[in-house]
Design a protein around this ligand. Structure first.
Ligand code: ADP
Ligand code: ASP
Ligand code: MG
Length: 403
């Protein structure tokens, strides 16, 4: 008998038919003798719709109230799925985040899980009940509802799997696995049988929203085996685990992130400590900086460019602007018309030609590269937003085109 956590995304619970289908999946795992926890997202586009409803009433509501509103979506799916499971004749109980023991920080809208107190879930499982838990939400130490950030129910599922030491955490999505590129945008994309945590983490962080990156981070930390599959096709999906087998692919995928902005700080005094000042100011406000480029100093000054997530651009510019005179910086330029395109693969370390081939693919499409950043398992380039899709296709064709 195994303990399985099954997570169902918004598209898998979008209507009654889908919910009944999910109930079949959950109950067949249960009837096979497993202990089953199902984690659900809000139905279809419910979270977007709730947000729009809130913003129509108040364009800048407090984050606490936004969390109260958004967390309602998951409550509906959890209750409906529990009812569908009852209808199939299995014992079941649905739990909200706080009932399931999700304790989080108080950062409304992007709360972090402190711990999951699983006593209640365990008690229910011991009674041989299926437990349905709302993803995406928790409670802070003041007893207030919090949410984990968009896409966060993947992280809820892994957190439960870790706390319960589950044997497997399955993700049912509208795609049947992790592909070499977003299969909706790149028709030739191929499904991977296996991918390592590190590669999945890079893919997720660099724009493949197929799994929330915090979920992958946690799975790696607690060594939770993940399986991505579809609630419709029931074919074999993709396994995310510690190591890849030697004979597997050199590269695992190409991704694009449009949600990025470039900031250039011009005329920074060329002396020690300036990069520290700029980046520590941003870090203190929780702004993540990614690709960084610093020019060679000339006439006593240099330029520092970097990328931040688009929604953080204005705040980042304002923070630097506040210190501009103090630091002796000449100018700050920002640009949202950029996209980050990356290639990810654990085999890259030992194959030095990958970067050159990637740049050749871009050159063949006459696409200009604005910034480059590399690590052992990824190469990222910053491009004009308008070139993004063409770039992904050209790079994908180059590396994955001919089987
Ligand atoms: P969920 O319904 O569980 O929240 P998401 O919508 O967040 O699922 O994630 C699934 C989507 O991720 C797919 O519809 C697909 O378009 C997209 N996606 C992006 N990159 C990839 C990739 N490399 N492999 C598979 N899917 C991808
Ligand atoms: N319902 C939330 C969202 O749409 C959480 C999730 O689905 O992962 O972002
Ligand atoms: Mg998602």
């Amino acid at each position: 008998m195994a303990l399985i956590v099954q997570k169902f995304g918004g598209s898998s619970v979008k209507d009654a038919e889908q919910i009944n289908n999910v109930a079949e999946i959950v109950t067949s795992a249960y009837r096979a003798g497993n202990r089953v926890v199902a984690v659900v997202s809000a139905q279809g586009d419910t979270t977007d719709e709730l947000e729009a409803q809130g913003l129509a009433i108040n364009p800048s509501p407090s984050k606490r109230e936004m969390d109260m509103l958004l967390s309602a979506g998951e409550q509906i799916s959890a209750a409906l799925l529990a009812m569908a499971i009852e209808e199939l004749g299995c014992p079941v109980v649905s739990l909200l985040g706080w009932q399931a023991g999700f304790e989080t920080t108080s950062t409304h809208g992007e709360a972090r899980i402190r711990r999951v107190r699983v006593e209640r879930i365990l008690k229910e499982l011991d009674q041989r009940r299926i437990v349905v838990v709302t993803g995406f939400q928790g409670v802070d130490r003041y007893g207030d509802m919090t949410t984990l950030g968009r896409g966060g129910s993947d992280t809820s599922a892994v957190a439960i799997a870790a706390a319960l030491k589950a044997d497997l955490c399955q993700f049912y999505k509208d795609v049947d696995g992790v592909y070499t590129a977003d299969p909706r945008k790149v028709p030739g994309a191929r499904k991977l049988d296996f991918i390592s945590y590190d590669e999945m983490l890079e893919l997720a962080t660099l724009g493949a929203q197929v799994l929330h990156n915090r979920a992958v981070e946690m799975a790696k930390k607690y060594n939770i085996r993940l399986e991505m599959l579809s609630s419709l096709t029931r074919t074999r999906g993709t396994i995310v685990k510690g190591e890849r087998k030697m004979e597997e692919m050199l590269l695992s995928g190409v991704t694009k992130d449009d949600n990025t902005a470039r900031i250039s700080v011009i005329g920074v005094p060329d002396r020690p400590g300036m990069a520290f000042k700029i980046f520590s100011t941003l870090a203190a406000k929780g702004i993540n900086v990614d690709v960084i480029l610093q020019s060679i100093g000339r006439n006593g000054t240099k330029d520092i460019s970097f990328t931040v997530p688009s929604p953080k651009m204005e705040e980042a510019v304002a923070l630097i602007e506040e210190q501009r005179e103090n630091w002796g910086v000449t100018d700050i330029i920002s640009d949202e018309d950029v996209a980050k395109v990356s290639i990810v693969g654990a085999g890259m370390e030992t194959h030095p030609g990958v970067a050159a081939e990637m740049f050749e693919a871009l050159f063949s499409q006459n696409i200009n590269i604005r910034m480059i950043s590399t690590s052992e398992i990824k190469i990222t380039v910053l491009l004009d937003k308008a070139d993004g899709d063409r770039a992904v296709k050209a790079i994908h064709d180059k590396f994955f085109g001919d089987v």
